[in-house]
Design a protein. Sequence first.
Length: 41
Amino acid sequence: QLIIKDNGCGIVKDDIDTERIFVFYFINKSGGTGLGLVVVY
């Protein structure tokens, strides 16, 4: 069994529609490193 839970703030539609969410150090919240999606992609 695999359970996936997402309790994050999410990504706004304007950011999803561009490829910049995969660019190093792109941050949409305070306190982040900007490496999240770059690392998992």
